[in-house]
Design a protein around this ligand. Structure first.
Ligand code: PMP
Length: 393
């Protein structure tokens, strides 16, 4: 029976990682996989995470099951961080999930239970795993225009035109901040307009928030999510702590559903049920680290300071790369790199250019020309700029 299985298409980013590992050139640069790296190329454990783990090691007395929804203290702490004063606790149901991927998957399953015909409207482009999860579950989806490859900016008119066709009961998937893979994001005024349009269409918003604190700051990066939460009667939020707490392998996510208070109990029950069906109890260690940090003023301050260092470090690399490219190409065509936010930027290069950069300069970029800015450092930025400029000669 198992012999009936067909090979799955290779994950492009994982395949790129493998060819990077096999490349013998010492000067090779990996800008592929979406993991934060410091100037030395390491993905460090954050100080506050280490301290929280040390405290847990001393204080934890049991590893028994927690609850299907996870620890309520975790949902409370993380939802406050995300929604701030846009949070109305009596409107919210939430379950801990294995990472942001788990939050998205559980959210899609929940939509499917509520309305199997709901079409997901996803940005073109979006994180490829959104599409493969929707395909796996069998939920219909269509793309809305989002990124203008020529300018490196959001095609806002195209986006609004496409979202104007959304049907009542459909789901509009948006990236809360730091859009992956493009790095191009909405302004506050644009978020307001998108929220109004989703409301007018009678659709619900599904926010994927995987990089809070990597763009303009913790509060600023939640702006879009909070505008939607204030304006829309119903929405889903899938949050990930993988990047902003640096706890990738702990699988720490949260699915939140905002709705009429009269429906909260049933929504919560359905979320718990889905957790039970798919994996039963969600992972707890990462959630406990996050809760320990967020419920301790000193640890929170230290975590925020370290996150801010990571954020501003990535911004400085963006500025440096944009400046180098301005100098080398004698044009401002790559200035968008400095305006983009988060870990990624889509450069708008052709697959041939991406391939030439890999072959001739040992710089590994995903085929759609997405770079991981955190894969750079002050020394490698000029090398990347040179490689990009060379493909235009
Ligand atoms: N959404 C987006 C847009 C992402 O980029 C990622 C991470 N690559 C995730 C969700 C999920 O991350 P994780 O499951 O590791 O928390």
């Amino acid at each position: 029976m198992l012999g009936n299985l067909k090979d799955q298409p290779a994950d492009k980013i994982l395949a790129l990682m493998a060819s990077y590992r096999e490349d013998p050139r010492a000067e090779k640069i990996d800008l592929g996989v979406g993991v934060y790296k410091d100037a030395q190329g390491n993905t460090p454990i954050m100080r506050a995470v280490k301290e929280a783990e040390a405290r847990l090691l001393k204080s934890e007395t049991t590893k028994s099951y927690v609850a299907l929804a996870g620890d309520p203290a975790y949902a409370k702490a993380l939802s406050e961080l995300i929604l701030g004063d846009a949070l109305a606790a009596d409107r919210m149901a939430a379950v801990a999930t294995p990472g942001g991927t788990g939050a998205f998957r559980q959210g899609v399953d929940l939509v499917r239970m509520a309305n199997p015909d709901a079409t997901f409207h996803v940005s073109a482009p979006t994180w490829p795993n959104h599409l493969s999860i929707l395909k796996t579950v069998g939920q219909p989806f269509v793309e809305y225009r989002y990124f203008d490859n020529a300018t490196g900016e959001v095609d806002f008119d195209g986006m609004m035109e496409d979202l104007g066709k959304v049907a009542s009961g459909d789901v509009v998937l948006v990236h809360g901040c730091c859009h992956n893979p493009t790095g191009a994001n909405l302004t506050e005024a644009q978020w307001e307009a998108v929220a109004d349009l989703i409301g007018e269409r009678g659709a619900i918003a599904f926010v994927d928030l995987a990089y809070q604190g990597f763009g303009d700051g913790l509060e600023e990066d939640a702006t879009g999510t909070r505008i939607l939460a204030r304006k829309l009667p119903e929405m889903l939020i899938g949050a990930s702590c993988s990047k902003n707490f640096g706890i990738y392998r702990e699988r720490t996510g949260l699915l939140m559903g905002l709705c009429d208070p009269a429906h909260v109990k049933t929504v919560q029950g359905n979320m718990n049920h889905l957790n039970r069906q798919n994996f039963s109890f969600p992972p707890d260690h990462g959630a406990r680290i996050v809760t320990t940090i967020l419920n301790d003023a000193e640890l929170t301050a230290d975590w925020k300071a370290e996150l801010e260092e990571m954020r501003t470090g990535m911004l400085a690399l963006r500025e440096q790369l944009a400046a180098e490219l301005r100098r080398l190409t004698n044009s401002d065509r790559f200035d968008f790199i400095a305006r983009h936010r988060g870990m990624f930027s889509r450069l708008g290069l052709s697959p041939e250019q991406v391939e030439a950069i890999r072959k001739d300069f040992a710089v590994y970029i995903v085929g759609d020309s997405r770079i991981n800015v955190a894969g750079l450092n002050e020394e490698t930025v000029p090398k990347l700029a040179q490689a990009i400029a060379a493909t235009y000669e």
